[in-house]
Ligand binder design. Structure first.
Ligand code: HEM
Length: 314
């Protein structure tokens, strides 16, 4: 398979590649095996975990705060509509238990989430990304307001999407931003999520036949829209460049994806990724590593949670 190393072995936001070499050398293999079997059990797993990482990192950093169930759900990060459709959070806790059997209380939920997301990409025929480790878990929970404020809503246009990636403050280049948005090559979007399209005639670059299909499958206002979902591209289980192809063809679901091939700033980059898979994989890999360093807690900050869905103090 592919093996992309992005940077040298030097310190990365306080993280390092050999962080668990002594305390948990089996870690990466345990996560790899777990994701492999979980993905066989349910093919929606990889997409769910990749989105889970992004939506965690975007709210106060990659600290596993999205996994916390300490408040009433409506008042937690998960209470934000921008987290609608998030699933498989419990898998991180399940992997944590497997890891703790071999190396108790050594590994953070935040690191397991990063490793799970990189395995998610690899198991979907994407690059296997080497990631630095040593993150700590948040020792506080955040709210639905924090998530509302930091996460891009479903109707975010490309320029605003780029702004949301910009203010991760991890130094993503424009190419890396477009590559990271290529994550939508995996998974699905719910009909409820894309309802705005039916009241937004200014969203052009839409294939007529595709639009009519959307109207049929996702009828305006139907209750079923919260359960029905559509694939983001033609190969929702394969990490490839098809999301860019579908964007060019006017067959993307989310407006941010529609615009990928339509916005002057980004239109030149998408075709490069279509015609050069290696370039897409390399650019995505460096973007992924940068994303995974967003506002990380290290050293004695935060905590190593005993259970991923609960703060240690509770
Ligand atoms: C910054 C602009 C972005 C916006 C506006 C956005 C929005 C969305 C929305 C609305 C959904 C569908 C939710 C649903 O209806 O179930 C979705 C799904 C998804 N997003 Fe994003 N997203 C963005 C960036 C990213 C990034 C940077 C990543 C990862 C690196 C990502 C990974 C995913 C994945 C994998 C799915 C499919 C999830 C599944 O099938 O379970 N997104 N996104």
């Amino acid at each position: 398979g592919f093996n992309y190393q992005v940077k040298g072995d030097d310190d990365y936001a306080g993280l390092s590649f050999g962080f668990y070499n002594k305390t948990c050398p089996q870690l990466e293999k345990i996560v790899e095996d777990a994701i492999s079997s979980m993905s066989k059990q349910d093919p929606r797993t990889p997409a769910a975990l990749l989105r889970l990482l992004f939506n965690d990192c975007k709210v106060m950093g990659c600290d596993a705060s999205i996994l916390l169930d300490v408040y009433e759900r409506s008042k937690s990060e998960m209470g934000s509509f921008s987290n609608f459709g998030i699933k498989k959070r419990e898998l991180i806790g399940q992997i944590k238990s497997m890891v703790d059997k071999v190396c108790p209380n050594q590994v953070s939920c935040a690191d397991i989430l990063v490793l799970a997301a990189r395995e998610a990409v690899a198991v979907s025929q994407g690059p296997k990304i080497r990631v630095p480790l040593g993150r700590r878990d948040s020792s506080v929970a955040y709210t639905n307001y924090d998530a509302d404020f930091n996460l891009p809503p479903a109707d975010t246009f490309i320029r605003k999407s780029l702004g949301f990636l910009e203010n991760l403050n991890v130094g993503l280049t424009i190419e890396e931003q477009i590559a990271l948005l290529g994550a939508h090559t995996l998974g699905t979007s719910h009909c409820a999520t894309i309802q705005y399209r039916f009241d937004a005639p200014w969203i052009i670059n839409t294939d007529k036949e595709f639009y009519e299909k959307l109207q049929k499958i996702c009828p305006k206002g139907a209750a079923s829209n919260f359960n029905t979902s559509l694939p983001n591209d033609r190969t929702p289980y394969v990490f490839d460049a098809d999301i860019y192809v579908e964007s060019l063809r006017g067959r993307a679901l989310l407006v941010t994806d529609v615009d990928l091939s339509d916005d002057a700033l980004t239109a030149e980059i998408a075709p490069k990724f279509i015609f050069n898979k290696d370039l897409f994989f390399k650019t995505f890999s460096s973007a992924f590593v940068k994303l995974s360093t967003a506002d990380v807690l290290t050293g004695n900050d935060g905590e190593i949670r005993r259970q991923c869905d609960k703060l240690n103090g509770i």
